[in-house]
Design a protein around this ligand. Structure first.
Ligand code: NDP
Ligand code: 2IT
Length: 447
């Protein structure tokens, strides 16, 4: 069988065995379609069915999460943890609380996480979890009771050497606090390394909050440097206004980029004079309000309800909200408007057709596995600090993050050239991540 036919057959089998999980199918296809040249160089990967094994999670946990709301009514949500691959280290990956969460979303995220984590070069396997719980409009007490119920089941599957969750959409330091408190209570152990993204006051790492957004901007900087360009003076747009978006905007501004727009699921703020980031932080991080409220404070800013951020002219575009938020039509608009670089702060925000538009136009495109790996890499730095009962300074930790992002960029760039597609970071990231996992799987035998 040719390698192309083998890859086609693996994909068909994934679709057949995981019906209705469109996002998972998409994530698998995006990776395995780039692996043909690897199979040519390494026939042993095909012989040992490495791809087939990677596409099947090691373990999938689905559980009931009952809790009582403030009115005393019983609510029932569904919890998930997909422990995808642990050949490089304990399972590692975030938890997402959003009403759209179902098994297909958790599996797509867990699958991506395997290769992203391998790319960081740190000893971490791949996993993801979450719930269809919607935190919007819920009180602190409701969020706490939900987190306690969620952890009452999940704790038996975790451990600093087994599985180490962190945050993702809808899960930040508040939720990690409630989850950690319940884990400690259930196990009678102060096991700092069982969760990352903890507050620095009780075992968290400095820079973890900033790391995904900062890392994405470091990756953009590396891509531009490789082309003799820089961020300084470039007009930038960043979708979303959550954790990743806020700190991507902060680093862009510190590198003298001019950020003119951000968004949430209701609409877009366009502020040509430059986004007032302190206001965004206050609205989103402190007051938990909507981005629409920004326009109340700046009369020269425009709020576009239901608008597409990708219609705004820019040089650099960072999708930092959610999956499939940037489609083919949006990609064509960005290219026509002169955009030179796109990097995925979010996981799989760019549809496959949109990625093709960027690649054909020859613009720098950084896939999420590489561009947003700074978050999980800093989680691994948090695990290092917890294991040695140490705390590092902000400067030292940020320097480590910057080095890691530089290394990821270099490895992806080199692999793309080695496998005949110079400048193709999608192919480079997939191949570097895959090879690291494949080598460990070969060494461990049939497991
Ligand atoms: P947050 O919950 O902090 O923020 C999410 C942002 O995305 C909000 O502005 C939200 O708007 C918007 N959003 C979420 N869902 C949708 C949707 N269906 N349609 C439109 N907008 C949406 O999450 P994060 O910033 O942590 O995560 C953002 C992305 O980055 C995700 O793809 C996540 O997987 C990825 N990521 C996160 C990492 C981390 O460390 N946190 C690490 C690596 C990747 P609204 O408030 O209206 O819902
Ligand atoms: O998608 C991701 O990489 C994350 N949500 C962060 C995972 C982590 O374990 O820090």
């Amino acid at each position: 069988m040719t390698n192309e036919a083998r890859i086609g057959r693996i994909y068909e089998q994934v679709v057949r065995r995981n019906p209705g999980e469109a996002e998972f199918h998409q994530a698998v296809k995006e990776v395995i379609d780039t692996l043909e040249p690897v199979l040519v160089k390494h026939p042993e990967y095909a012989e040992h069915k490495i791809i087939e094994r990677i596409c099947e999670p090691e373990r999938q946990i689905i559980f009931r999460v009952p809790w009582q709301d403030d009115a005393g009514e019983v609510q029932i949500n569904r919890g998930f943890r997909v422990q995808f691959n642990s050949v490089l280290g304990p399972y590692k990956g975030g938890l997402r609380f959003h009403p759209s969460v179902y098994l297909g979303i958790v599996k797509f995220l867990g699958f991506e996480q395997i290769f992203k984590n391998a790319l960081t070069g740190m000893p971490i396997g791949g996993a993801k979890g979450g719930s269809d719980f919607d935190p919007k409009g819920r009180s602190d007490g409701e969020v706490m009771r939900f987190c306690q119920s969620f952890m009452t089941e999940l704790h038996r599957h975790l451990g600093e050497f087994t599985d180490v969750p962190a945050g993702d959409i809808g899960v930040g330091a508040r939720e990690i606090g409630y989850l950690f408190g319940q884990y400690k209570r259930m196990t009678n152990r102060y096991e700092s390394g069982v969760l990352t993204g903890k507050h620095p006051k009780w075992g968290g790492s400095l820079v973890r909050r900033e790391s995904t957004g900062y890392g994405t901007v470091y990756f953009v900087d590396e891509m531009l440097k490789a082309r003799g360009q820089s961020i300084e003076g470039q007009t930038c747009i960043v979708s979303g206004s959550g954790n990743v978006a806020i700190y991507a905007m902060e680093k862009l501004q510190r590198m003298r980029g001019h950020v003119v727009a951000c968004s949430d699921s209701n609409g877009v703020i366009h502020h040509e004079r430059g986004i007032d980031l302190e206001l965004v932080k206050r609205l989103k991080e402190v007051e938990r309000r909507r981005i629409a409220d920004y326009a109340e404070f700046h009369r020269d800013a425009t709020y576009l309800p239901g608008g597409s951020i990708w219609n705004i002219r820019c040089d650099i575009a960072l999708p930092c909200a959610t999956q499939n938020e940037l489609d083919e039509a949006a990609a064509r608009t960005l290219v026509a408007n002169g955009c030179v670089a796109v990097a995925e702060g979010a996981n799989m925000p760019t549809t496959p057709a949109a990625v093709r538009v960027f690649q054909e136009a020859g613009i720098a495109f950084g896939p999420g596995k590489a561009a947003n790996a700074g978050g999980v890499a800093t989680s691994a730095l948090e695990m290092q600090q917890n294991a040695s009962r140490d705390t590092w300074s902000f400067e030292h930790t940020e320097e480590r993050l910057q080095q890691i992002m530089g290394g990821i960029h270099r490895h992806c760039h080199e692999a793309a050239a080695e496998f005949g597609s110079p400048g193709n970071y999608v192919l480079g990231a997939n191949i570097v991540g895959f090879r690291r996992v494949a080598e460990a799987m070969l060494a461990f035998g049939v497991i």
